[in-house]
Design a protein around this ligand. Structure first.
Ligand code: NAD
Length: 494
């Protein structure tokens, strides 16, 4: 079968990269399966895409928001029809199992409907003026051309979190998908076009970070940047944006803790731990990578978790008998392997997994065994640093207070969870856990699109995706004063 060839989308036209170079998108479950060939773009392609987005902005910003929203609503309808096909495409390029890629497409559908509703809201404020015969209000204005840089782990959901609020606010966009998962962004943007999005309003520039991502951040006509990815790259992006005072939303790494107290429903906590730690092969920014166990239940919980981890069926996500897919690429396998070595050297006990799976069909992809470490202490690197693989660390505590201190004792602050039946403990945890998200009696993963999503400390720089937080990022406030007194009135003076 010949390899499907994809081009950049610039001003509504599919065009090859100026360099003429391409790269291959491979199936991480079966390397012999090439998903597609994509353009390797550089600063010249970015400049073309920015020019197209700038030209389209002239009319898109004046299109009434409810009309812009109708396109998003139709996008939601068409995505619903194509959900199964797009989920299969995503499993092929990203690896996570079909039930999860269906969820990823569903997240884009939910975001489409939510942001379509925003087209008839985009609320501002009216407020009294301090002066007579004067009217005061604030309205939302679009920002202009927005540049977006996406990671590979939620290949359709994350681009939809960025594109849909930006579009309903009247901005035009260029997006660089992650090099491992460009097809899902293509599917998303193709759907927007089929729903009636005018040419140039969204442009795609595929390629690698330093060549195709960095020029988006520094281009003078790009007015805002939205980045999701590692804290390491986020720091580079944030500093480059700051040099030109560009609004820049950074959504980055996590080292998320689940606390299980002695009064918890252990069956429920176990289900949550397995899903939180090994769902998406641990490759979620919100993955449960530390489980802080009260010492009274630690032994029982540990034994049962290890049994569940060992029993997980790992394989090609397109085959629905499997519960966990591959890691995205060799680099992620190397990272997981590296952290297993570090944890072992630091004195943590490897209870299961800890290695790449290489027997039979596993040899054709990048599979890693579900891995559990016990005897982890809060200062170990395995308890501090993001692995982004199916590796979970068990830490013991003697009280909720101690557990919260351990949960907070890291540089990240994305998601947290507490399992307890005690309402007083629940509210103390909600108050004291330093994180953008806290779940009670549910794992650290499972965000819904109409609530703010993001974290504190080194996870983010204060912005939020999802809900109205996204509308705040993609619009800029204009305060409007209408003086109908027919004379000069001076605020603070008259
Ligand atoms: P990454 O930082 O390696 O890459 C993210 C994107 O940045 C890619 O598109 C990449 O091409 C681009 N990039 C790389 N170098 C660049 C540069 N110099 N300039 C501009 N762009 C550049 O991250 P990844 O491996 O794709 O994703 C995994 C990371 O993303 C994890 O740390 C995870 O926690 C994080 N993540 C965070 C969230 C969140 O919302 N907080 C969500 C998903 C993933």
């Amino acid at each position: 079968m010949s390899t499907a060839v994809y081009k950049n989308l610039i001003g509504g036209q599919w065009v090859t990269a100026r360099s003429g170079k391409t790269f291959l998108n491979l199936n991480p479950a079966r390397y012999e399966d090439t998903v597609g060939e994509f353009p390797t773009s550089n600063a010249e392609d970015v400049a073309d895409a920015v020019a197209a987005a700038k030209a389209a902005y002239a009319t898109w910003r004046l299109t009434p928001a409810p009309k812009r929203a109708e396109i998003l609503y139709r996008t939601g309808e068409i995505l619903t029809q194509r959900k199964e096909q797009y989920a299969r495409d995503m499993t092929r390029e990203m690896g996570k199992v079909l039930s999860e890629t269906r969820g990823d497409v569903q997240e884009a559908i939910d975001t489409a409907y939510y942001m379509a509703g925003e087209g008839r809201r985009l609320f501002g404020q009216t407020t009294p003026s301090e002066l007579p015969n004067k009217f005061a209000m604030s309205v939302r204005m679009p920002v202009g051309v927005c540049g977006m840089i996406a990671p590979w782990n939620f290949p359709m959901a994350i681009p939809s979190w960025k594109l849909f609020p930006a579009l309903v606010c009247g901005n035009t966009c260029l997006i660089k998908p992650a090099e491992d998962t460009p097809l899902s962004t293509y599917n998303l943007v193709q759907t927007l076009m089929d729903a009636g999005l005018p040419p140039g309003v969204v442009n795609i520039v595929a390629g690698f970070g330093p060549e195709a991502g960095a020029p988006i951040v520094t281009h003078p006509d790009v007015r805002a940047i939205s980045f999701t990815g590692s804290s390491e790259v986020g720091r580079i992006v944030g500093q480059a944006a700051a040099a030109n005072f560009k609004p820049c939303s950074l959504e980055m790494g996590g080292k998320n803790a689940m606390i299980v107290m002695e009064d918890a429903n252990l069956d429920l906590a176990l289900d949550g731990a397995v899903w939180g730690a090994f769902g998406t092969t641990g490759q979620r920014c919100t993955a449960t990578s530390r489980i802080i166990l009260h010492k009274k239940i630690a032994a029982e919980f540990t034994e049962r978790l290890v049994a569940r981890a060992r029993a997980l069926r790992v394989g090609d996500g397109l085959d629905e008998q499997f519960e966990m897919g591959p890691q995205i690429n060799q680099q992620q396998i190397d990272t997981s392997t590296h952290y297993v070595e570090i944890a072992t050297r630091e004195g943590a006990r490897l209870l299961c997994g800890g290695e790449r799976l290489i027997e039979g069909a596993h040899a054709k992809g990048t599979f890693f065994a579900p891995t559990v470490f016990s005897g982890v202490t809060p200062s170990m690197r395995i308890a501090q640093e993001e692995v982004f693989g199916p590796v979970v660390s068990l830490i013991e505590c003697g009280s909720l207070e101690e557990a919260i201190g351990q949960a907070n004792g890291i540089q990240y602050g994305l998601s947290t969870a507490l399992y307890s039946r005690d309402v007083n403990r629940a509210f103390a945890a909600i108050r004291d856990l330093e994180a953008g998200i806290t779940y009670i009696n549910a794992p650290t993963i499972g965000a819904e699109v109409h609530l703010p999503f993001g974290g504190v400390k080194q996870t983010g720089n204060g912005h939020r995706e999802g809900g109205t937080g996204a509308i705040d990022f993609y619009s800029s406030w204009k305060s409007v004063y209408v003086d109908y007194s027919d004379k000069l009135q001076r605020a603070q003076i008259d």
